[in-house]
Design a protein around this ligand. Sequence first.
Ligand SMILES: Cc1ncc(COP(=O)(O)O)c(C=O)c1O
Length: 387
Amino acid sequence: MPGRELIGIEEQKQISEIFDSGSILFRHGFDNERGECYKVQEFEINFANYIGSNYSLALTSGTAALRVALAALSIGSGDEVIIPAFTFVATAEAVVESGAIPKCANINESLNIDPEGIEELITSRTKALIVVHMLGVPCELTKLKEICQKNNIFLIEDTAWGCGGSYKNKKLGTWGDVGAFSFDFAKTITTGEGGMAIFQDKKVFHKAAAWHDHGHENNPNFARWEDTRSGSGFNFRMMELQGALGIAQLQKLDFVVQKQRENSEYIWASICDIEGIQRRAEPKDSISTADALIFSVATSDIALNVRQELLNNGISTKILPEAISWHFAGLWDHIPSLVNSSNGKLRESLNYSEKLLSKCISLPISINFNKSDLPKIKKSILKGLNK
Ligand SMILES: Cc1ncc(COP(=O)(O)O)c(C=O)c1O
């Protein structure tokens, strides 16, 4: 919940500049009325520079970023896209909305997609693998990229939780053909609602830019109402107020990640000696955004006990174990194509992932962590473990 904790004078100043420069809330046009105020464009440029990419496109949400990624890579009806068992439902929804079929892969102890199980899901119809750096822990990107290259499929990084994290000194989101970010209110940085997609390939970027804007090519030789188009699209345009927030929040991103990592280590240092808890594994050479501190216990019943004790002491948990139904694909029998792609055995096929997830407890990490909560956290965990 971090970026939102820091919303303040810098965001206000950015927003004010819009109202001081003609109050133009649309990202395109009105050139004579807005001075030099193009906030969405500025946010895109700053984000691309920060992340180390040439092409970035601001969007209305992280879900939109995933949907645009699929459209830009020409993935649609009849194609198959592999997604992990542990993610938010948005990852599957984006695939379904594109007309493609989501297929689910198990996770491993890192709680991210298990590279070992992916190739057995690949068929001649598979077009992409979407990996998710769930709750900020980087996936094993070297292996995953190799699998994609070997099988000639696209790699899309769902970086909703990974903004500011890295793997082998390369920012998350820049490993895949497309990196999709979310700036919703719970994310590392926030624009209220919002997202960004970054691209490796110029042509794919141009296709995405047109597709997210009804097909508009924003051809500099024409006025917008006479603009050229070569395909239809949709509307996932970010608006200027979000762009302004993004500019201010981006300047805080490194601080957010550093502070979250510090606070997460601080909490862990005081609970790591408790017998019966095991911290979530992270890949070597990776920098997590530390959006949550996750540990597992011996059984799902104990996990629920620990959560209850935490709640009793006024401490909340984040996603695990309480919100598993929105984040574990094995329970998404409301998505028929997901059920069909596992031959009707969706939950069964993801049994291993469910077992791992149901034993986990996830503590939210905040920047303004109150150190006086620490004894309560420790006491609750001990009590939940019957110690
Ligand atoms: C893993 C993951 N992907 C995608 C999204 C979608 O992001 P948004 O809420 O910006 O649409 C979320 C949101 O929580 C998420 O957790």
